[in-house]
Design a protein around this ligand. Structure first.
Ligand code: TYM
Length: 333
């Protein structure tokens, strides 16, 4: 069965190794399988759930599209567009938000993390953002959604919302429940400075993450400074318990080298972290630097990026426009 793939990335700057290994690298593999129909969206409506500078937002939208292409997504095979260009996303989000109970949203752990202690000051948009994400996915009859582990709960909510809509309006399988595609072992890349914290664009320390625009020297320096512990690298995975930094670096090495953790442990078991770090810096810079160079080249070519985004939006609009029209009919508009 051909898969219908949809996924999104926020254009909030500093796309990093977590975004790449958790999501974008999988987008590329899915794009390369000719059987799949892939849609990759720059989710700019999601980005404004926190305050954005308008010039930075505009440039980050292009940079995110450039990152997709530089990583290997072929715009002639996959649809690449930015969310705000296709009205159906916001419309669908409103209709679904009228169906989804608040109790479901109250359970979303990412809102609690992002809103922090002062929930009252967080935007309503940040609170209902998982519904916009559900709208993104459901408008395209998506069968599979490649994401990092932090999005798992939002996908469960998407499935619940789809089922509730179908039941409330007695319309069987109208909204399709999608399957998450989450890589088993390496779907949560952690900070280089704290193995218990997710690698994130909002971390104040730039040393905590490898940005996809980092130079070779920056990558080498960050890996050199990455936190480790004072033991040797173990031979077996079970001995990585309570050693989050070791587990993270070994996981990053395995994922970027496309090999299992067991194979990596065979390679490095009994060795010191300095051995792992020098190899890791080597492999990371050989894989990330070409992407970084290509992002820089593409972001200078506004015309090309804007053309890709405009063509993508036209194709997305065709699909989502039909679905939203049916949805309105079902509701009674
Ligand atoms: P966003 O922009 O925060 O992240 C984009 C993708 O990167 C993954 N990711 C990670 N994976 C592993 N380790 C990490 N440290 C790490 N940090 C980020 C995320 O899981 C995600 O896959 N709500 C989404 C965007 C979105 C979306 C959608 C995704 C909007 N609509 C529809 C799928 C389908 C978000 O904020 O991702």
């Amino acid at each position: 069965m051909p898969k219908k793939i949809f996924s999104g990335v926020q254009p909030t700057g500093n796309l990093h190794l977590g975004n790449y290994l958790g999501a974008i690298k999988n987008f590329v593999d899915l794009n390369n399988d000719d059987q799949n129909e892939c849609i990759f969206c720059v989710v700019d409506l999601h980005a404004i759930t926190v305050k954005q500078d308008k010039d930075e937002l505009r440039s980050n939208i292009r940079e995110t599209a450039a990152t997709f292409i530089a990583s290997g997504i072929d715009p002639s095979k996959s649809i690449i567009f930015n969310q705000s260009k296709v009205h159906a996303h916001a419309e669908g989000s409103w209709m679904l938000s009228c169906m989804a109970p608040m109790g479901w949203l109250n359970r979303m752990t990412q809102f609690k993390e992002k809103a922090g202690k002062d929930k009252e000051k967080a935007s309503v948009g940040l609170y209902i953002y998982p519904i916009l994400m559900a709208s993104d996915i459901l408008l395209y009859d998506t069968t599979h959604v490649p994401v990092g582990e932090d999005q798992k709960q939002h996908l469960e909510l998407t499935r619940d919302i789809a089922q509730k809509f179908n039941k409330d309006f007695d319309c069987d399988d109208f909204l399709k429940s999608p399957e998450p595609l989450i890589k088993k072992n390496f779907s949560r890349i952690m900070s280089l400075k704290n193995g218990l914290k997710k690698m994130s664009k909002s971390d104040l320390s730039d040393l905590s993450r490898i940005n996809l625009t980092d130079t070779k020297d920056e990558i080498i320096n960050k890996i050199k400074k990455a936190k480790t512990d004072s033991f040797q690298i173990p031979n077996e995975g079970q001995n990585l318990k309570d050693r989050p930094e070791a587990e993270n670096l070994l996981g990053i090495y395995s994922s970027i080298s496309d090999q299992t953790l067991d194979k990596t442990l065979k390679e490095f078991g009994g060795k010191n972290f300095s051995d792992l770090k020098s190899q890791l810096a080597e492999v990371l810079s050989s894989k990330i630097s070409p992407i970084s160079d290509e992002i820089k080249k593409l972001t200078n070519d506004y015309e090309y990026l804007d053309k890709i985004l405009a063509e993508g939006a036209t194709k997305a609009e065709e699909i989502a426009g039909k679905k939203i029209a049916e949805m309105k009919k079902i509701i009674g508009f």
